[in-house]
Design a protein around this ligand. Structure first.
Ligand code: SF4
Length: 423
């Protein structure tokens, strides 16, 4: 494959051939997920078992919390550990005991694996089982890997949630389980809308408190709020849940279709849905319209990073008139994005990354805006290209009607900055 532009065809992307690349990648690792997961689950603690690099990454990504007790930390593997001279399991048990005796507020402890812990083959699954016996009835101890080998940063959440699935209580009741971290304010908005539709048995996963795990069973309907939970979805399906295939609640169209999917699954009349969403959808349309002049006709290139690329490209193309040149995604799991592919106007799709080749394609296409990770954004800006950091789209509340205007603004802002600098 050379650095030439990919062919672009007409409407709907379900049958578009996907360019699959496996080469050098520029992405953050799964530890990054701790930044939003620790904010969401307020009684959980994340103990990274890693190196100083890992500590530095989450410390700088999450900022130093000076007003509250932190809810993440790194047990640093020193030279003696890495050289196999120390008993890492004993050390880990000692650190965990010290932490839990000092912090009785912790109800769930995640031992988070990293590249170094994987390299020395420290088995955190076994460690969590061993410690879980010691703390049974007091602290739930789980483990997952946030290692950067072969992963992208949103997979940290997928691995974390998958680790929680076996602990979810069983139910035979009909319920709606919304899966994927969303801001509390957005969760409250959705809960109000579901209530207006008469859907009242709604839970969210992850929950706000790790002790209040949502129940699951054969009558659970699963509605995804995030498109990166590939393994979690399969684990929930194995527990009996039925996945509702829907576009993601981004923008007016996505949010409407997402709610309609839930409404149809729970037998809600279309008129009731139309009446419940009329006002917030209109507010969202008005908010989005403000950014259309800045975005309409702009050409956008997406590097694979957050796995939100396909739903966001669909929103920008259909509601703001953006032309997507290439939409790259780290993984393309049709189970999770089929409904999105039907809506995404024809564009070139790529999965995985060979960063040099993709940079060549991007530069040859000369987009108005490039959506990419931090590692690529600064060099591209230095070359005079405008960029949007994809990680910001995971940290910001962007779901639902009331956030649709803010979501459009996140893309309009870098373009607006160019205009101001020119003035
Ligand atoms: Fe780096 Fe790996 Fe640690 Fe992530 S887990 S910060 S990629 S060493």
């Amino acid at each position: 494959m050379t650095g030439t532009a990919l062919p672009v065809v007409d409407t709907g992307c379900r049958d578009v051939p996907v360019l699959k690349e496996r080469g050098q990648r520029e992405v953050f690792c799964g530890l990054t997920g701790i930044v939003w997961l620790h904010r969401k689950m307020q009684d959980a603690f994340f103990l990274v078992v890693g190196s100083r690099t890992c500590a530095h990454l989450i410390q700088s990504a999450a900022g130093v919390m000076i007003f509250a007790e932190p809810r993440f930390a790194t047990a640093i593997l020193g030279d003696r550990d890495l050289a196999g001279m120390a008993d890492c399991n004993e050390e880990l048990d000692r650190v965990v005991r010290q932490l839990l005796s000092r912090r009785p507020d912790i109800t769930t402890l995640f031992l988070v694996g990293s590249c170094p812990s994987e390299v020395i083959k420290l088995d955190l699954a076994k460690a969590s089982q061993r410690l879980a016996v010691e703390y049974v009835g007091k602290v739930r101890i789980l483990s997952y890997s946030g290692s950067g080998i072969e992963t992208t940063f949103t997979q940290g959440e997928d691995a974390c949630l998958k680790a929680m699935v076996p602990a979810l209580p069983e139910t035979q009741e009909q319920n709606l389980l919304v899966c994927g971290t969303i801001a509390d304010v957005v969760e409250d908005q959705f809960t109000r809308l579901f209530r207006e539709l008469g859907i009242t048995n709604v839970q969210y996963f992850p929950p706000r408190r790790a002790t209040q795990l949502p129940p699951i069973g054969p009558n659970t309907k699963l509605l995804l709020a995030q498109p990166f939970l590939n393994e979690t979805v399969r684990a929930l399906q194995a527990r009996g849940a039925t996945l509702l295939s829907a576009p993601y609640p981004l923008g007016v169209e996505g949010t409407t279709a997402w709610l309609r999917t839930a409404a149809d699954a729970f037998g809600v009349a279309p008129e009731r849905l139309a009446s419940a969403i009329a006002a917030p959808a209109q507010r969202a349309r008005t908010a989005i319209a403000r950014y259309k002049p800045a975005l309409e006709g702009k050409r956008m290139f997406w590097f694979p990073d957050s796995q939100l690329e396909i739903p966001l490209a669909r929103f920008l193309a259909r509601e703001l008139g953006v032309e997507n040149i290439e939409v790259g995604t780290p993984y393309l799991d049709k189970l999770l994005v089929d409904a999105e592919l039907d809506l995404l106007p024809r564009t070139a799709l790529s999965e995985g990354q060979d960063v040099e080749k993709q940079l060549d394609r991007c530069k040859a296409a000369a987009p108005d805006l490039t959506v990419c990770g931090l590692g690529l954004a600064n060099p591209l800006e230095a070359e005079g290209m405008r960029t949007k950091w994809s990680i910001e789209l995971v940290f910001s509340p962007i779901h639902g009607f009331d956030q649709a205007g803010d979501l459009a603004e996140l893309f309009a802002r870098p373009l607006d900055r160019v205009g101001r600098l020119k003035v």
